[in-house]
Every structure is written in structure tokens, then in C-alpha cells.
Design a protein around this ligand. Structure first.
Ligand code: B3K
Ligand code: ZN
Length: 894
């Protein structure tokens, strides 16, 4: 396997300007003919200006090739396992305006394509996935994002009966029949695009349609969402989300849609969430289908955000694209930032959204940063680009974009965006170009800020403070530590609250932390203050107070401040954060079996107060009452014992639940009544209803953790079971099931659990997305024999490794069930490695993701570490092994 370096970028010596394609789709054999108009590009300066057409020999069989209508003999070009080289001597000189025409004909077999990259078959339909490098599995082509070409004609021909719907990028310019059995459609996309945005679909599909008139141009756009006929009733939410996205991008960034059509297709077998192909998005069914019976509130929110995300790519990604794949965060970080802002506006709560996004960042990206796959948001090298569609490139990339917004303000950021589009529309550019647009539009120097693009790992910011009564001055001193020897430019949002009155005496301001150590002064303060630092999580760093050495050890003084802020901070995010810190502190003390009375009092006080509140935002309340997840807690420990961590967190949960049992129960019942009084059996999807369900399910989880005695188990399982039975939507049903699957003991308790599982399965009636939930709930159960159950489920007739959603729902879900996956005997690791090896034969993108579950071995202590490493070593000896898995495993062993 070859490692590609960021610094080895060379411009194209020849560029494809125009493409015409013909797909002749027949069972077992598809013929692809491509006509490329080639023009001279840029002399790379390294003496090699041959034209490289990428193509995977495993996927393509070359049938013929001609240059300017003359067939080329095999001695005139070079065919390698990864492409076809046409010597520059046969082509027009680099500087000239002359064109050359290359026509290739290849045979491919989508039916055998289990990698789900290129043209493949999912169920009864054909579809494509080309990002990052799937187009080279369809035809020979310069498959790199800086080759932007007009695909002026893409003709698709297939059986009329089996594939009545034929879709491509852009606009449909022609269709018709060929005899009785076959038909064709021709699509044309006027916008130059890189090959990774290419897409065709052929299938027996149903759809819903709508339209949208853009502003200010008044272009009427036909919107259509396709799925298999049985799912067509689950498309409305996606359509509503699309229309909201189109309007939001006009209102927020002045960005309009640019074609006459916008099509979305839902497919069952898909490696990721969705794909932004120009005018023809393809979506994993899990990110587009929804009805209240099968989708949770979280599913609804995720669909809205992913529909938005792919739509927003039309400008940030498609109109302005990446010069090379190292720039991926240019489009992904920016587009995630845009979808986060969109969702926050739709749910009308910036704090709730921020809490969710930061929680996800800490649970996933911080972990990635702390392991062997750690990389800057703009990576330096890759073997398989597909391995770099990571939490770092996406989520930390979005944090970096958010920091521009924080530093430049709303208007300054918008000015930067406007200039970026003005300069680069229709081009393939770099992260430096984005930074330059932001800097130039605002007349500021962002050169120090650019270090965020080349620095891996999570920086630590330490702060110390003191108040001087005489000068009425408060001093905040920060120091920063990162993998970069030079200091980063870190925006630190700070507000100050009076220590006595609790009033905010200094509203949020953004401090520019640019030195290794830097002190900021706040004057004119009549009394001592409590600082609220890093408000809204203004930078992706770990924040520590300097009085103690390591993260996670809190001093008495610090805890006092958290307790103060948990009650009073005006910043919604930091108020939540302060409560989380107290809970974290208590969990770690419990784990170390330390005296924890003081912290316990603080946690009780905060919990009791939050629980007793009326008429606050229910979602905020739910998040404030929730303990930090194990994954986030683990990020604060140098060596993790997941079993001990799980036990400690469980103990704290139980302690809280016992202390407040009757209040929790009363609130739970109150919410039950309130929700029933809404006089409808239809599920409501407004923020209040979602918040009520969220809060009630957090309370249910507390109530169900009390199960030490026979009576307690009876009470808990009855309560969860009755919620399960009464549930009128998937949110409440799945939450109840999640409690029930972890219950064990007496016959009645067990039969409630098994009864619920059976009913859930029966109710699913074969719906794949509901069955995924059925598998996941069991894989995530907290039962001693959960692994045996998972192994039994692998043999279940509904289980298959070839469908990524199904595979994730069981195998990946189990690997996130930390206390059981990391069982001391290493059985969890062995199981995962066995599955990874199986999947690698089918789908390398999947196997390398799953294999990532083993690479953090250095963090799990000596014994566990050795067992994990042993499994990685076994995987490294697989023959054959995919490039994707090879890269992850070898990074893991380095
Ligand atoms: N751009 C795609 C991801 C492609 C992943 C390729 N392995 C989805 C998205 O980020 O919108
Ligand atoms: Zn994206």
C-alpha cells in the first residue's frame, strides 16, 4: 500500500473539460462508454506530463480505447492495477488550446460490488457512490477533485420493467423507449464538477414531489424524493426538511439553489449517512425515512440535519470544491458548521444544540485525538482517503469554522463567506483560500489562526485567577499546551459573575489568547467574581484550572465555583457544563473510593434544584439531570478501566435515584399526565413535546436503575413495561425497551424483558430500520452474558454482515458497550476481530471503521492492552487485507 503525502500535490498536466457517458445496464454486466474532451493543463515541473486516467483493475475490464477516433494499441498506453497512462507525446502540447478526445469502453459488474463504492446494486436498485475515489471503479478518469468537468450528457439505458426510474445529475434532457423491453434517459449537468459528485440511479422506485421557488431569482425548483415503494409514506419529514434548508440558506447566507431539479434517493445499503451528488443526493434509508411508529425524536432531528447538510454542500463543496483530498475539512468542517447552525435555528435553542454537539465532539473526536489515528483537521498523509472521513475532519473542522465566527462576529463571518464565494465559485481550492477570504474580508491577520489546520491532538488551556480589592481588578491568566510548539490563536469567551450577589457584572467577551501564557485584566469590579470561562465552548480544548495537576481532579474551591455556576450562569452551555463537572468529579471520587461527601452535597443540590424547576426548557432540564456518558468520562483518564468506570457511574446514578426517588417518580407521573392531556394520539414533534419525552425518559432511566431487591426489580420492570406498552411513538418505546433489556432476575422480570423484545420484533414486521433498533438494544444491554446473546444474534436469520446498517446495529453497537466489550477475559476483543476479518472480505470501508475499536489499546492498562494488541496483530497478518484496514491496523500498532 502506498502512502500519499499532502505536500506531493501536483497540478494536472491535462484536464478533462467535458464528459459524455453511456451506461448500458444489464444483469451481470454493465457496459460504460466514456468520451472525454481533454485539454492541456499545467506543467507539473517534474518532467512527467503524461495523462493518468485512474481506474481500478479489480473493478474495470477495458474493452477498447481510442484517441481522436483512432483505436490505441496496447503498446501505445500503459495499463497498471490503478490506472491507464497515455504518454504526453500522443497528446497536444501542454500550453496549447488544442483538444483531444479519448473514448473508453469498460465492462463492470455492479451485482458483485460488495464494497458499495462505484456502481453497485442495493436490493433491487442500482446506485453509485463516488466520494472519495469510487468513480475510478466505474470508468477510466482523472479521479481527483481538481478536475472539474461538465458532464454534458449521461445516458442510462436499462430494462423498462425492472428499472422504470432512471436518474442522473443535473437536468433530464431526453428520455424514450427502445423496443418493448428497454428504455433510456439522458441527463445533463451544466455546472462543472469533480467526478466524486457524479451519480446515477436505476430502480423501481416510488416518490413524493414538491416544489420550491428560490429567492431572489424566483427559479421554480422541482423537488422529488424516491424510495422503494413500501417506504414512500415515510418521506414527508425529509421533504419538509429540504424546503426548510433551502429557505434557511437563502436567509442566512444568501445562497440559492441553481438547478431546475433536486432529487433524493433512499437506499438500504450505504456506507455512510448520505452523499451530496450534484442535484441527486443519495441517502442511507436510516437518514431519510421517518414516521412516528418507527423513528425516534433523535432520528427526526438527525434526518433534518443531514438533509440540511447535503443541501448546504451544494455551495460549500459542490460550487466551491476541494483542490485535493487533504482539504476535505474545507467542505466538511464548513458544512457541518452550517448544518449545526441550521438545526439550532430549527429547534430554537442554541444551548440545547450546543450541548448535543459538544457532547458528541468530546465522546468521539477527543477520543480520536487521544489515539493512534490522531491527525490535524487537514491530514498530512493517507493510504486510504476513506479512513479520513473522521470526527476530526468533520466535527473539529466545524469547531474551527465556529472559531472564525466567534472571532469575526456574525457580520464579519458573513463578509468572509461572501468573499469566499466571489473569489472561488466554480473552483477547487484549499483551506488556505478559505482563511484568506475570512482575513481579507475583515482586514485582519489570521496567520496565527492557521495553526489550527496543522495541529493534531486536543490542546489544553489552563487558567488561574485572582481578585485585587485595592485596584478593583480581576486577573485571569491562561496558559496553553498543544502538539504545536508555537502557540495557537484561541478565542476564549468569558463572563464574570459577582461572588456575593450572583449578578453578571461582565457580560460575555471574547479574549484572544495568542501567547503561551497571557494575563487579562478586568477593572472596575467592586467585589470578587466567579469567572465563567470558555462560554459556549468557544474553542475545542480541554479547560483546566491550574490549582490542581491533572484534568478530573477538582479542588474544593473549584467545586464551589461549579456549584455556583450550575445555579447561576447566564450562559446555558456553561451552566450545564458546571453541573457535568460536579457529576464527573463525584464519579471519579467514587471510582477511586475517596471521601466524596462535599461533592455529593453539591450534586444533590444541583440535581434537586433542576428537578424541581418548572417551565424551563425540558431538553435543557433533561441534559442537566443526565450523568456524563462513559465515553466522555473516559477521555479525562489516562488509563481507563471501563468496568470500574461503569460501576462507579452506575453507583452515582443509583445514589441520586435513591435520594430523589419520590420526586423523580412524581415528575415522571406529572409528565405522563401532561403528555396524555394533549388531546391527540398523533405524536407531536415540536420542541416542547420532544423535550418532555426526553426528560421523562431520563427520569425513567433513573427509576429503573433501582433494582437491587426482588421488590425493586418488580417495580422497575413493571414501570418500564407499562411505558413500553402505552408508547404511541418510537422514542418512548425504544427508551423503555432499553431499560428492560438490562433487567434480570425473577421469572416475571425476565418475561417482561423477553415479552417486550418479542413484541418489538413482531411490531417491526420486517421493517429493517426498526430491526436495527432491536439488534442495538440487545447489543447495548447491561447483562453479564450480553456477549453470548450478541453471538447468538449473529446467527439470527435477520442478521447479515453485508448491510452496513445491520452490521453496525449489532457489532459496532456492542463494541460501544464499553464495560462488556472490555471484559477482562478479552472475549469481546476476539469477537470484534473475528467480525472485522469477515467484513474485510466484503467491505473495506466498514471493516476499517470497525477495526478502529481496537486501536486505543494503550489506554486500557497492561492486561487489556495486551489482549487488544494481540487481536490487532492477528488482523495485521490477514491475507489478503484491504488497504483501508491495513492503514488503521498498522497505525494502531505503531
Ligand atoms: N461527503 C459524504 C461522505 C463521503 C464519504 C466517503 N467515504 C457525505 C457528507 O459528508 O456529506
Ligand atoms: Zn458532508
Amino acid at each position: 500500500p502506498k502512502e500519499i503525502l499532502r505536500t506531493s500535490y501536483r497540478p494536472l498536466p491535462y484536464r478533462v473539460e467535458n464528459v459524455e457517458m453511456n451506461f448500458d445496464i444489464r444483469e451481470g454486466e454493465t457496459i460504460v462508454e466514456s468520451t472525454l474532451t481533454v485539454v492541456g493543463g499545467v506543467d507539473g515541473g517534474d518532467g512527467n506530463n503524461d495523462l493518468l486516467l485512474d481506474g481500478e483493475s479489480d473493478a474495470l475490464t477495458l474493452l477498447s480505447i481510442s484517441l481522436n477516433s483512432k483505436p490505441l494499441s496496447s503498446s501505445e498506453y500503459k495499463l497498471t492495477p490503478d490506472g491507464l497512462v497515455i504518454p504526453s507525446s500522443l497528446l497536444p502540447p501542454i500550453g496549447s488550446k488544442q483538444q483531444a478526445t479519448i473514448v473508453t469502453k469498460v465492462k463492470i459488474c455492479p451485482e458483485e460490488n460488495t464494497q458499495l463504492s462505484g456502481l453497485y446494486k442495493s436490493g433491487t436498485m442500482y446506485c453509485t457512490q463516488c466520494e472519495a475515489m469510487g468513480f475510478r471503479r466505474i470508468t477510466y478518469y482523472p479521479d481527483r477533485p481538481d478536475n472539474m468537468a461538465v458532464f454534458s450528457s449521461v445516458r442510462i439505458e436499462a430494462s423498462k420493467k425492472d428499472y422504470p426510474v432512471l436518474l442522473g445529475n443535473g437536468n433530464r434532457i431526453e428520455d424514450g423507449s427502445i423496443g418493448d423491453d428497454r428504455h433510456y434517459a439522458i441527463w445533463s449537468d451544466p455546472y462543472p464538477k469533480p467526478s466524486y459528485l457524479f451519480c446515477i440511479v436505476a430502480g423501481n422506485l416510488s416518490s413524493i414531489s414538491s416544489s420550491y421557488t428560490t429567492k431572489p431569482s424566483g427559479r421554480k425548483v422541482h423537488l422529488e424524493i424516491f424510495s422503494e415503494p413500501e417506504n414512500v409514506s415515510k418521506l414527508q419529514h425529509a421533504m419538509d426538511s429540504l424546503i426548510k434548508s433551502m429557505k434557511w440558506d437563502e436567509d442566512t447566507f444568501g445562497l440559492e439553489y441553481d438547478l431546475e431539479m433536486y432529487n433524493i434517493v433512499a437506499v438500504n445499503d450505504f456506507n455512510m449517512g448520505a452523499m451530496e451528488n450534484k442535484g441527486l443526493n443519495v441517502f442511507n434509508t436510516a437518514y431519510v425515512l421517518a414516521d412516528p411508529k418507527s423513528a425516534t425524536d433523535t432520528d427526526y432531528e438527525r434526518i433534518e440535519s443531514v438533509i440540511g447538510h447535503e443541501y448546504f454542500h451544494n455551495w460549500t463543496g459542490n460550487r466551491v470544491t476541494c483542490r485535493d483530498w487533504f482539504q476535505l475539512t474545507l467542505k466538511e468542517g464548513l458544512t457541518v458548521y452550517r448544518d449545526q447552525e441550521f438545526s439550532a435555528d430549527m429547534m430554537q435553542s442554541a444551548s440545547v444544540k450546543r450541548i448535543e454537539d459538544v457532547s458528541a465532539l468530546r465522546a468521539r473526536q477527543f477520543a480520536e485525538d487521544a489515539g493512534p489515528m490522531s491527525h490535524p483537521i487537514r491530514p498530512e498523509s493517507y493510504i486510504s482517503m476513506d479512513n479520513f472521513y473522521t470526527a476530526t475532519v468533520y466535527s473539529k473542522g466545524a469547531e474551527v469554522v465556529r472559531m472564525y465566527r466567534t472571532l469575526l462576529g456574525k457580520e464579519g463571518f458573513r463578509k468572509g463567506m461572501d468573499l469566499y464565494f466571489k473569489r472561488h465559485d466554480g473552483n477547487a481550492v484549499t483551506c488556505d483560500d478559505f482563511l484568506a477570504a475570512m482575513a481579507d474580508a475583515n482586514g485582519v491577520d489570521l496567520s496565527q489562526f492557521s495553526r489550527w489546520y496543522s495541529t493534531s491532538g486536543t490542546p489544553t488551556v489552563t487558567y488561574d485567577s485572582k481578585y485585587e480589592g485595592e485596584s478593583k481588578t480581576f486577573y485571569l491568566t491562561f496558559s496553553q499546551e498543544s502538539n504545536n510548539p508555537d502557540p495557537l490563536h484561541i478565542p476564549v469567551s468569558v463572563g464574570l459573575l459577582d461572588k456575593v450577589s450572583g449578578e453578571e457584572v461582565s457580560p460575555t467577551q471574547v479574549l484572544n489568547l495568542k501567547e503561551k501564557v497571557q494575563t487579562f485584566q478586568f477593572t472596575g469590579l467592586d467585589g470578587d467574581v466567579v469567572p465563567s470561562v470558555l462560554r459556549g465552548f468557544s474553542a475545542p480544548v480541554k479547560l483546566v484550572r491550574s490549582t490542581k495537576g491533572s484534568v478530573g481532579d477538582a479542588s474544593a474551591d473549584e467545586e464551589k465555583n461549579w456549584a455556583f455556576l450550575a445555579a447561576r450562569d447566564t450562559d446555558g452551555f456553561n451552566r450545564w457544563e458546571a453541573g457535568q463537572k460536579l457529576m464527573t468529579s463525584l464519579i471519579f471520587q467514587t471510582m477511586r473510593q475517596e471521601e466524596s461527601l462535599r461533592t455529593l452535597e453539591y450534586v444533590f443540590e444541583a440535581f434537586g434544584r433542576t428537578l424541581g424547576m418548572d417551565s424551563v426548557d425540558y431538553s435543557i432540564q433533561a441534559y442537566a439531570l443526565s450523568l456524563p456518558p462513559e465515553s466522555t468520562l473516559a477521555e479525562e483518564l489516562d488509563v481507563v478501566d471501563p468496568v470500574a468506570l461503569h460501576a462507579a457511574r452506575g453507583n452515582v446514578k443509583k445514589t441520586i435515584a435513591r435520594k430523589f426517588y419520590s420526586e423523580i417518580r412524581a415528575k415522571y407521573d406529572e409528565l405522563t399526565v401532561a403528555m396524555q392531556s394533549i388531546n391527540t394520539s398523533d405524536i407531536q414533534l415540536d420542541a416542547v413535546s420532544i423535550g418532555q419525552r426526553r426528560l421523562r425518559n431520563v427520569l425513567l432511566d433513573y427509576l429503573c436503575c433501582i433494582k437491587d431487591t426482588c421488590e425493586e426489580r418488580e417495580v422497575a420492570s413493571k414501570l418500564a413495561f407499562s411505558q413500553f406498552q402505552a408508547a404511541n411513538g418510537m422514542t418512548d418505546k425504544y427508551s423503555a425497551l432499553s431499560c428492560l433489556v438490562s433487567m434480570d432476575g425473577e421469572q416475571d422480570v425476565v418475561s417482561r424483558r423477553e415479552g417486550a423484545l418479542q413484541k418489538f420484533y413482531d411490531d417491526a414486521a420486517g421493517d429493517p430500520l426498526v430491526l436495527n433498533k432491536w439488534f442495538s438494544a440487545q447489543a447495548l444491554a447491561d447483562l453479564p452474558d450480553v456477549l453470548d446473546r450478541v453471538k447468538t444474534l449473529v446467527d439470527h436469520p435477520d442478521f447479515t454482515l453485508s448491510n452496513p446498517n445491520r452490521c453496525r446495529s449489532l457489532v459496532s453497537a456492542f463494541s460501544m458497550n464499553a464495560a462488556h466489550f472490555h471484559a477482562q477475559d478479552g472475549e469481546g476483543y476476539r469477537f470484534l476481530a473475528r467480525m472485522v476479518a469477515e467484513v474485510d472480505k466484503l467491505n473495506p470501508q466498514m471493516s476499517s471503521r470497525m477495526g478502529g475499536g481496537l486501536i486505543q489499546w494503550r489506554r486500557y492498562g497492561k492486561e487489556r492492552g495486551a489482549l487488544m494488541k494481540g487481536e490487532l496483530e492477528k488482523l495485521s497478518k490477514l491475507k489478503p487485507i484491504s488497504n483501508d484496514l491495513f492503514e488503521v491496523v498498522s497505525r494502531g500498532l505503531k
